[in-house]
Design a protein around this ligand. Structure first.
Ligand code: CP
Length: 288
């Protein structure tokens, strides 16, 4: 099966994927004994998603191919479709793709090999969202009724777009905040100061300069002062509230250096959970 976005998954199905990820976390063993190959095709830079899918595949006993976009025939004008069709023709068993185009997978409708979306433009980031959900469920044991504020560059964030939809579907109360220039209409905008002490999860986002046509209005220092999570703001959060960030993060901009690994931060827990979620996704791609 493909996993391209989370729109088609019901609440029960999302929980079932998380259950499977949790089984892997608790030691479930699957060993394809090198007989399955997973091809990682990253047309955009990535550290976490790329190497976490790679680690997940290795943990399942798969072998992996890691496409080097910069030294590929993309440079000779080869299209996305022809590149993916080439890997399918090699006989790979599943293809993990990150690409700058929103819903790039619509260009791949003739491909029969399972595709796992590792992020499309500003659209979807299903594996990130699932690892975020695994982290939240692990922390609170539920979704229904939890309050979350996603803070930052909402407009350019596939994490915000994916999480806003799926978290609402799961019964969470979802707010967004940050600079007005990055506000997304219909995304329940609120001033950070108004909501900070009421939420269970503060999810920070990086300002995604690579997607901007114009320069950010604020300096990094101004951004940090207005929206950055510093020790003083952390002290105003609810006692059991947690801090999340998909990373990469910019220390001293959206998050203070001394908050990155503070007691409320689950940022590296998210990275750990990413491997289990991606093991579940690869297993589903190969078995369903
Ligand atoms: N969170 C995330 O998608 O990080 P990378 O861009 O490093 O994969």
């Amino acid at each position: 099966m493909n996993i391209l976005n989370l729109d088609k998954f019901s609440v029960q199905e999302i929980n079932e994927i998380l259950d499977l990820a949790e089984e892997f976390k608790n030691g479930k063993e699957v060993d394809y004994k090198g007989k399955k190959v997973i091809s990682n095709l990253f047309f955009e830079p990535s550290t976490r998603t790329h190497y976490s899918f790679d680690m997940a595949a290795l943990r399942l006993g798969c072998r992996t191919q890691n496409f080097d976009a910069g030294n590929s025939s993309l440079k000779k004008g080869e299209s996305l479709y022809d590149t993916v069709k080439t890997f399918e023709s090699f006989g790979t068993d599943a293809i993990v793709i990150r690409h700058v185009d929103n819903e790039y997978y619509k260009q791949l409708e003739g491909i029969k090999t399972p595709i796992l979306n590792a992020g499309d433009g500003t659209g979807n980031h299903p594996s990130q969202s699932l690892l975020d959900l695994l982290t939240i469920r692990g922390e609170f044991g539920k979704f229904e009724g939890l309050k979350v504020v996603i803070v930052g560059d909402i407009k350019h964030s596939r994490v915000a777009h994916t999480n806003f939809k799926v978290m609402k579907k799961l019964g969470m109360e979802v707010y967004t905040s940050g600079p007005l220039e990055y506000k997304e209409e219909g995304y329940n905008y609120i001033e950070l100061e108004e909501i900070l002490d009421k939420v269970d999860v503060v999810m920070l986002l990086r300002v995604q300069h690579e997607r901007h046509q114009t320069q950010m209005q604020e300096t990094k220092e101004e951004y940090h002062k207005m929206y950055g999570l510093n020790k003083e703001r952390v002290a105003r959060m609810k006692q059991n509230a947690i801090i999340m960030h998909p990373a990469p993060f910019n220390r001293g901009v959206e998050i203070a250096d001394d908050v990155v690994e503070c007691e409320k931060s689950r940022i590296f827990k998210q990275v750990q959970n990413g491997v289990y979620v991606r093991m579940a996704m690869i297993y589903m791609a190969l078995e369903k």
